[in-house]
Write a protein that binds this ligand. Structure first.
Ligand code: UDP
Ligand code: MG
Length: 318
C-alpha cells in the first residue's frame, strides 16, 4: 500500500506496436521503482494507435498492476503527441519520460531522482555518448542536423540528447504551457530553460520489437525542428534573392557594354539558358522554404487537437 505522504513519481511511456516490449519493460521497471523507497510511483503507458496487440496487453497488465494506467489514441499521432498526452495526464510531483524498448536504462531513475533532490537540479536529461550500432548514414545525417540547428537557432540542442529525462512538476508545467501543434521536444526542453544535468550512456540495442523511425520520418522530424526553432532559412531566402538581383544587375551592365562595343547580341545562348535554369532553381528553393513556414502556420492556425483519446484507465483511488 503506497504511503500517501511520499512524493509521486510518474513514468510516461509512449508505445507504438510494442506488444513484445511492454511485459519485459514492466518487469524491469517495477523492480527498479519498488526499490525507490522514498517515492510512490505511477506508470502511465500511452498506446499511440498501435496496430498490434499493444492495447490488449495493456488492458490485461493493468488488472494486476495497481500503479499502472494507460491512455490509448484513436490512431497513430506520433511520439511527440504521445509524450504530450502523458505529461498532461501525469499527476506526479516528478515526471520521467522514457521509451518502452529498454534503450533508456531504468537503473538510471534512482540516480536521476537523487540528483534532483540532493543537487538541486530541475531536470536530469540523458544523451548517448556513442551512436554504436546505428547505420553510418543515419549517424552522418544526425551530425549534420545537430551542426545546422545549433548554427542557425538560438535554442541550443545537445547532440545525442534523448527524450529520456526526469523533471520536477514546475518543468512539466512549463512544457505544457507551450501549446504549439508541431512539437519538437528536444527544442522545447532546451527552450524552457531550468537547471538541467546531462547523464551520458552507451547506446543499447532494443529489448524487443523494431524501431519505428525510418530515414524519411527522421528527415521530416528534423525539418520540424529547424522550422520550429529558427527563422534563419527565411533570411537565407531573402539574402539569396538580393544576391541574385545584384548579380543580374552586373550581368545586365556587361551585356549592354558588350553590345555597345561589339554589337554582338546573338551569342551567349548557352550561358543565358544556364542562368535561367539556375536562377529558377534558386527561386523554387526559396518558394519551398517559404511554403514550409506557411504550411506549418496554416496547420497551427486550425487549432486541431494534437491527439484524440479512444480509451483510458484512470489512476486507481488509493
Ligand atoms: N513511439 C510512439 N509513436 C510513434 C513512434 C514511436 O509512441 O509513432 C514510441 C515507441 O514505441 C518507443 C519510443 O517511441 O517507446 C521510441 O521509438 P523507437 O524505439 O522506435 O525509436 P528509436 O529508439 O529507434 O529512436
Ligand atoms: Mg528505441
Amino acid at each position: 500500500m503506497p504511503d500517501a505522504c511520499l512524493p509521486l513519481l510518474s513514468i510516461v511511456v509512449p508505445c507504438y506496436n510494442e506488444e513484445d516490449a511492454i511485459p519485459v519493460f514492466l518487469d524491469k521497471i517495477t523492480i527498479v521503482l519498488s526499490n525507490m523507497e522514498s517515492v510512490d510511483y505511477e506508470l502511465l503507458f500511452i498506446d499511440d494507435g498501435s496496430g498490434d496487440a499493444t492495447l490488449s496487453v495493456l488492458r490485461k497488465l493493468v488488472e494486476s498492476h495497481s500503479n499502472m494506467r494507460y491512455i490509448s489514441f484513436s490512431r497513430n499521432f506520433g511520439k511527440e503527441a504521445a509524450m504530450l498526452a502523458g505529461l498532461e495526464a501525469a499527476a506526479g510531483d516528478f515526471v520521467a519520460v522514457m521509451d518502452v524498448d529498454l534503450q533508456d536504462p531504468p537503473e538510471l531513475l534512482p540516480k536521476m531522482y537523487e540528483a534532483i533532490i540532493k543537487e538541486g537540479f530541475d531536470c536530469i536529461a540523458t544523451r548517448r555518448d556513442t551512436r554504436k550500432g546505428e547505420p553510418p548514414i543515419r549517424s552522418f545525417f544526425a551530425k549534420v542536423f545537430y551542426y545546422l540547428i545549433n548554427k542557425i537557432s538560438k535554442t541550443k540542442i545537445v547532440e545525442g540528447a534523448r527524450d529520456y529525462r526526469m523533471m520536477t512538476r514546475q518543468v512539466v508545467d512549463a512544457i505544457l504551457s507551450l501549446k504549439e501543434y508541431h512539437r519538437f521536444s528536444k527544442g522545447i526542453f532546451e527552450w524552457i530553460g531550468f537547471k538541467t544535468k546531462y547523464i551520458s550512456y552507451e547506446n543499447f540495442p532494443r529489448a524487443a520489437g523494431a524501431t519505428k523511425w525510418n530515414f524519411w520520418k527522421l528527415f521530416l522530424y528534423a525539418i520540424d525542428g529547424i522550422i520550429g526553432f529558427s527563422d534563419a532559412p527565411l533570411a537565407v531566402a531573402s539574402v539569396m534573392g538580393m544576391l541574385f538581383c545584384f548579380l543580374s544587375f552586373l550581368w545586365l551592365i556587361f551585356i549592354i557594354v558588350r553590345w555597345m562595343l561589339l554589337g554582338d547580341h546573338v551569342a551567349g545562348w548557352t550561358s543565358t539558358i544556364c542562368v535561367i535554369v539556375f536562377s529558377s532553381g534558386v527561386q523554387l528553393v526559396c518558394t519551398g522554404i517559404m511554403g514550409q513556414y506557411l504550411a506549418k502556420n496554416y496547420l497551427e492556425s486550425k487549432h486541431r487537437p494534437i491527439y484524440i483519446i479512444k480509451e483510458k484507465i484512470h489512476r486507481k483511488q488509493q
